[in-house]
Design a protein. Structure first.
Length: 296
């Protein structure tokens, strides 16, 4: 259970004053920029090698963030035509440190007792014509029009499903190039960017552990627009292949994702397009059983 100072959520960048670089570290080409579309400060991390530039919390490897919230929210955008890398160090109840990594460099899921490595496939926005059909849904560099993404990681479930370990707390975060990052936060609540504060009050979603995205963590949505038409929302883990894929998560929620997210009315039926079915087939091919069981 999170300490009182971590409830209902903790804005990591704000709490640890990332902009002062006293509790965080940076290496290589890391810059704070003002993004007019997102109406705030973002951090750009870029480099010729994904590991050459990074933003790290906490500053020293001997320290720990000590964040106990179940969900980690990362608001980010991969840089077009680049590879990126994200490392999360978590501590189990047995005081074992496990590294959880996500990257579009990875072509298959790999694991050891202390390291989980997940491929991240970046999709072009709405089957964009900017990307050739042979590249859409394929592992590798991000497409030219990759979207801002809210990545929601259920840390206890990741440890339980893939290593049969019990989660204690988030120890450290290392965001490597090539990324644009708006913010990080932890919480025990499921924040739904499609739910407004008014809807949440009228439907009493709070008692179900669901809440609208906090304003300081939200992506702006112009009047008359829909959040999901502008951004990607990924919850992980879910049933199926061990891969993060934003277009499928958006268009085709898994049974697990639906069951974890109770709502007042049943979710509408999902119709798979041919493009999504093709991508599902591709992902099953990428994450074959031998890739899951192979030690590294």
């Amino acid at each position: 259970v999170p300490a009182a100072w971590q409830r209902p959520y903790l804005n990591i960048f704000k709490h640890f004053r990332v902009e002062e670089w006293k509790h965080s570290a940076k290496e290589g080409d890391v810059a704070a920029l003002t993004d007019t579309r997102l109406k705030g400060t973002i951090y750009r991390i870029r480099g010729s090698n994904p590991a050459s530039s990074y933003l790290q919390l906490p500053r020293a490897g001997t320290q720990s963030l000590g964040l106990t919230g179940r969900y980690l929210y990362l608001l980010f955008r991969p840089l077009p035509r680049k590879h990126f890398l994200i490392h999360l160090d978590v501590t189990t109840e047995e005081n074992q440190v496990v590294r959880i990594s996500f990257s579009n460099l990875f072509k298959e899921f790999k694991s050891t007792a202390t390291w989980l490595q997940f491929p991240f496939v970046c999709a072009a926005a709405k089957d964009s014509a900017c990307e050739p059909a042979s590249r859409r849904g394929a592992s590798g560099a991000a497409p030219t029009d990759v979207r801002w993404t809210c990545l929601v990681l259920d840390l206890p479930s990741i440890l339980s499903l893939y290593l049969n370990r019990r989660y204690s707390h988030l120890r450290a975060v290392k965001l490597c190039s090539n990324l644009l990052v708006k913010n990080l936060c932890t919480s025990d609540l499921v924040f739904d960017p499609g739910v407004t504060f008014s809807e949440a009050r009228h439907t009493n979603l709070a008692c179900r552990g669901i809440a609208p995205m906090p304003r300081e963590m939200a992506f702006p949505v112009p009047k008359g627009e829909n959040w999901h038409d502008l951004y990607d929302y990924i919850r992980f883990p879910s049933e199926g292949p061990k891969l993060l894929y934003n277009a499928i998560q958006r268009s085709c929620p898994s049974p697990a994702a639906v069951s974890e997210r109770p709502v007042c009315q049943p979710p509408p039926p999902v119709t798979l397009t041919r493009a999504v079915c093709d991508r599902l087939s591709l992902i099953h091919h990428i994450t074959s059983p031998k890739a899951v069981s192979a030690p590294w």
